[in-house]
Design a binder for this molecule. Structure first.
Ligand SMILES: [Zn+2]
Length: 303
């Protein structure tokens, strides 16, 4: 579906349904998960399972599906010895998502993330890799780009936005949020068990002031604990004129897999999604640990 239809629906104040986590669903259907690239190689290793997961999300009511390219960033593919497959792997990911979306009212978002980038390397070093990933996905024909700048410091997020401005596609930006000890919301995350405490970066409000100068497209609270999501959406709403969205997670990461914990019932997820909409979110979906059942439940909020 051309993105203009999504844009029209957002302009009319309607709710758009985004898909849920791709990696977790691929694990469930038995796709091959790579030690380094997580689900990033599934377009090559498990193409049928990948197509099925996208189709399941579309059947569940998703208006936008996301390519499984979160972890197949050029920098991480080089790191794990797959540098010769960067283009092929990412192109195939787009091809499979587009195949699933063909003849449906569904747009394909290309995920460009900060996976595999480290703050200590400096943002200048990241630019060529961000640019490479953005170009591959855009050339491969995605309808929009979603910058999944999760688990990242504000400088990295700014650099990613800056690189994306050269691409002639609609751009969405998602960031992860976490409470600090004083219950204030900051950039950061708390789901990686290899780190024994939450990773807490810059203050959310201050960061949004920086990001909105560079980015006018939708901004989403993503890959964040559900407990922080509603409050984070409110801060987005009070500090931004951008369209706002939310797609939190559930569970935690133990490399190379996402572990599902105390899985919430789809009806509870629906209840939470209503609260995000009431707080100002227009795009709702799920991240790691949120699957087809939850997306199906929230798809009734489409209007
Ligand atoms: Zn996630």
């Amino acid at each position: 579906m051309p993105y203009s239809l999504i844009e029209d629906r957002l302009a009319q104040g309607k709710t758009i349904i985004l898909d849920g986590g791709i990696g977790g669903e691929l694990q469930k259907v038995g796709a091959k998960i790579d030690d380094g690239l997580w689900c990033g190689r599934c377009s090559i290793d498990s193409p049928n399972e990948l197509l099925k997961v996208h189709q399941n999300y579309i059947d569940a009511g998703a208006d936008v599906i996301t390519t499984n390219t979160y972890a197949s960033t050029p920098i991480s593919m080089k790191k794990y010895g797959y540098q010769d497959l960067i283009k092929e792997c990412n192109y195939k990911s787009v091809e499979i998502a587009k195949e699933a979306a063909k003849d449906k009212d569904v747009s394909v978002a290309g995920s460009v993330s900060t996976y595999g980038y480290f703050y200590k390397d400096g943002t200048e070093k990241m630019k060529p890799f961000f640019n490479e990933h953005l170009k591959i996905l855009s050339d491969a024909g995605v309808d929009l780009i979603i910058l999944e700048a999760m688990s990242s410091q504000a400088d990295i997020v700014e650099t990613l936005i800056e690189c994306s401005s050269k691409i002639k596609l609609p751009i969405w930006l998602s960031i992860s949020c976490v409470f600090n000890e004083d219950k204030e919301i900051n950039l950061g995350y708390d789901d990686d068990v290899s780190k024994n405490k939450p990773q807490i970066y810059e203050n959310l409000k201050d960061s949004l002031k920086r990001f909105k100068k560079l980015h006018s497209g939708p901004m989403l609270v993503a890959h964040s604990n559900m407990s922080v999501t509603e409050d984070a959406v409110k801060i987005f709403k009070n500090n931004l004129d951008n369209t706002i969205g939310a797609y939190p997670n559930r569970g935690y990461f133990v490399k190379p897999e996402w572990k599902f914990t105390d899985k919430i019932k789809p009806e509870d997820y629906l209840k939470s999604a209503k609260s995000w909409i009431n707080s100002g979110a227009q795009i709702i979906g799920g991240c790691c640990g949120i699957g087809v059942d939850e997306i199906k439940a929230i798809s009734i909020l489409k209007n």
